[in-house]
Write a protein that binds this ligand. Structure first.
Ligand code: ADP
Ligand code: ZN
Length: 730
């Protein structure tokens, strides 16, 4: 007998699923689980995923509605992905319907077709190619198109890529070609197209890592901790190869900024054209296409950012998370998942190896390597004979600074530039200046919605709030006292870029920050210019620190590292070490040795000394000891309850009640209510409660038990609140 009821995960912010009736006309259909259905929900129609079918329902039948339509004949989420979704809902304490929505590409979320429909093809209407030779003698391109399809019809997309619309149209008008449709059939022939490309003979450390990974049977996690330029990518390439040769697919996760053409090219050069790239420039259709191709085994490799971890595969054989410490792997809104957590889950579920690579591993991952949960492979030397740059501290106490830079370092810049080398200056803030200040009364222009000083932007000639999108023109006089004596306060990238032009008029300066790199292809264009030595001075924010290869940079200057030494964020020293090490990794890559100078008022600070003298690996180990003593992650686990509302009066009782509820549990530490690091944003106050425990399972169970009570709080529906498991930001 067929089932009568479907349990559907509907994308609404409620931590439950909903039962629906199967309408009479669909009662004979089977295999519902993992398929999408359209369902009535309140007054709306939503697209949900069927997670169970049954003959019984806990809800009385009279109260149930029927689904409006079935959208898939075959599941869009297989059993494994369905289980992943269920696990995520539990682990991240998040509404299940929203989790399943996250697992789908947005075209499917909106109800689009899950399988490619018929594909348009171009086929010939002539007999032999020789029949058209004479008539197309004067039209070489048209003849070429005819030749291309003489043996076999070709997809329209392929023809369009090679020939202009007018050529296609002319031939159609002449009646020599026509458009037809062919049913989509996956082309799974990619293993035959693998290139037999040359590769480096691996050095000893690389060989040890490669053979450890290649010998992995089933699930195993590896931390590949290798200094910048040690050849981690080469290790990836050499462990991917045997997987592909066995017909298995490989998923490579990279940080947002890592998806530069250079990275993708390295994989394409080695393996040929079997790589699918999921980047932010794709539209819904293109994204769906890669998803389908991976699912149908039409691609050997998928490279993508965070959300690519949800790509379905026919034969996934390995997952690689490159730059595993990068914060872009953590989603900061909606389901606040960490792609690295999901990678561990999927690799375990599929019984395949997972490789996490970094020169500056997160303390969480490093800890897992130390307790032998992960195999630990280390690359301590730079490949290709390049030496590591020297890191030095510059005490700026009492020194006169020009553009925030000490004279001694300006002299060093001059020397390096004169020798034809490039120099890099790292600045924390983008814009011209982080504040506009009245010299008469001290008033600082502030965004009223966020209580945040406006950043002065000279390029766009306005004030911008970096928390929200508020912008306004630069006032001529103080809004408080009316004086015209307004001055900028503090240095941003724009100001330093501008100043460099007068300090070093003979050299070209380029600014790399999120303003200057906005727009498709902008960053790669600027990177190409840098490597073509169009520019000699590189000014930028942390975008500069990410994975690029600047062989001619011999001097890097990092301004103002002190902020991170005295931050309220316990992760600040870890982030600082990663930033400094990654920035250093950009310098001295080729055979030119590099120097990295850190400007500080605290050159004797033990953390800075440790980092500079012993390197990140040692430094990270010291930080772990500190974390252990302070009972902080990764030794204890945290969940953050974050609340936002324009009405502080609604926040306080909600958090106080949650705090007293959770404080009754002796194994929990409850910290707060406290203001978030960003106390106000877009007119809403932000407060938090931090819940911590030495036992992850206890923490999760406690929150699971408490959630229904928190949800039923009188203020619960009047404020915005969310849970963040293992938060990175507070
Ligand atoms: P990472 O990913 O660790 O930063 P890469 O894989 O980019 O390092 O390697 C750094 C440089 O060293 C690259 O130019 C790469 O081609 C080269 N390289 C890597 N492995 C070897 C090797 N075994 N012998 C010679 N050169 C190598
Ligand atoms: Zn604002």
């Amino acid at each position: 007998m067929s089932d009568k009821f479907l349990t559907v995960a509907v994308p609404v912010p409620l931590r439950k699923s909903f039962d629906y009736l199967i309408p009479a006309e669909l009662s004979q259909q089977q295999d519902w689980i993992g398929c999408r259905v359209q369902v009535p929900f309140g007054r709306r129609q939503l697209v949900g995923v069927v997670i169970a079918s049954s003959n019984t329902s806990e809800t009385p039948e009279a109260k149930l509605k029927a689904i409006s339509a079935r959208l898939d004949n075959t599941p869009v989420l297989d059993n494994k992905l369905l289980r992943l979704g269920a696990w995520m809902a539990q682990y991240y304490l998040h509404a299940i319907g929203e989790v399943y929505a996250l697992l789908l590409p947005s075209a499917l979320r909106k109800g689009g077709a899950s399988l490619p429909a018929d594909i348009p093809y171009i086929e010939k209407c002539f007999g032999q190619l020789s029949d058209v030779h004479e008539s197309l003698k004067q039209a070489k391109k048209q003849l070429a198109l005819c030749a291309a399809i003489a043996c076999e019809a070709k997809p329209l997309s392929e023809i369009r890529a090679a020939y202009s619309a007018s050529i296609i149209k002319d031939l159609q008008t002449k009646g020599l070609i026509r458009q037809t449709n062919k049913a989509y059939k996956p082309d799974t022939s990619w293993p035959e197209r693998l290139l037999d490309a040359e590769h480096y003979g691996a050095n000893i450390e690389q060989s040890i890592a490669i053979s450890a990974i290649n010998q992995a049977k089933g699930f195993a996690s590896f931390l590949l901790e290798g200094v910048t330029g040690s050849g981690k990518t080469e290790v990836y390439l050499q462990v991917i190869e045997p997987r592909l040769a066995k017909g298995q697919q490989v998923l490579i996760l990279v940080p947002e900024i890592g998806l530069t053409p250079q990275t993708v090219k390295r994989f394409e050069q080695r393996f040929g054209n079997i790589v699918g790239v999921l980047h932010s420039g794709l539209n819904d259709t293109q994204r769906l296409r890669i998803w389908q191709q991976a699912q149908a085994n039409e691609l050997g490799i998928v490279i993508g950012t965070r959300s690519s971890i949800f790509t379905p595969f026919a034969q996934l054989g390995m997952i690689i998370v490159d730059e595993e410490h990068d914060e872009s792997f953590k989603q900061q809104d909606g389901v606040k998942y960490h792609a690295r957590d999901i990678a561990v889950y999927r690799a375990n579920q599929l019984n395949i190896p997972l490789i996490m690579g970094s020169a500056t591993p997160s303390l969480e991952t490093l800890h897992n390597a130390f307790i032998k949960k992960y195999h630990h492979c280390q690359l301590t030397q730079r490949a290709a004979n390049a030496s590591m740059p020297t890191q030095l501290l510059l005490d700026v106490k009492g020194q006169a600074l020009k553009l925030g830079i000490a004279q001694g370092l300006i002299d060093k810049m001059q020397t390096q530039l004169a020798q034809g080398n490039q120099v890099l200056v790292f600045v924390h803030r983008r814009g011209y200046s982080p504040a506009l200040l009245c010299h008469q009364c001290g008033h600082v222009e502030t965004c009223v919605d966020c209580d945040n000083p406006y950043t002065v932007h000279k390029v766009s000639n306005n004030l911008q709030c970096h928390r929200c999108c508020n912008q306004r023109s630069i006032p001529r006089q103080c809004q408080q006292c009316g004086h015209k004596d307004l001055d900028t306060f503090g240095l941003g990238t724009e100001q330093i870029e501008q100043g460099m032009a007068s300090l070093f008029p003979d050299y070209s300066c380029v600014r790399i920050d999120s303003d200057s790199t906005r727009g498709k292809g902008k960053l790669s264009h600027l990177l190409e210019q840098i490597n073509a030595q169009t520019h000699q001075i590189l000014i930028g924010t942390q975008i500069l620190s990410k994975g690029h290869h600047f062989p001619n940079v011999t001097l890097a200057i990092i301004l103002n590292v002190d902020g991170s030494l005295f931050s309220a964020d316990f992760r600040a020293p870890e982030k600082l070490g990663q930033l400094i090490t990654q920035l250093s990794g950009r310098a001295g890559r080729a055979n030119k040795p590099g120097e990295v100078w850190l400007q500080t008022h605290h050159p004797q600070h033990p953390l800075l000394q440790d980092l500079v003298q012993n390197g990140f690996a040692d430094y990270a180990r010291s930080l772990l000891l500190e974390r252990k003593e302070a009972c902080l992650p990764p030794y204890e686990y945290q969940i953050l309850l974050r609340v936002e509302s324009a009405n502080m009066g609604l926040i306080t009782p909600f958090l106080n009640d949650a705090a007293s509820l959770l404080s009754q549990l002796s194994k929990l530490k409850v910290i707060g209510p406290l203001p978030c690091a960003i106390e106000k944003k877009q007119g809403r106050f932000r407060m938090m409660l931090l819940i911590q425990s030495a036992s992850r399972s206890y923490l999760h169970k406690a929150l699971n038990d408490a959630l229904p009570i928190i949800e039923s709080h009188a203020n619960s529906s009047k404020i915005r609140w969310s849970l963040d498991v293992s938060p990175l930001d507070f």
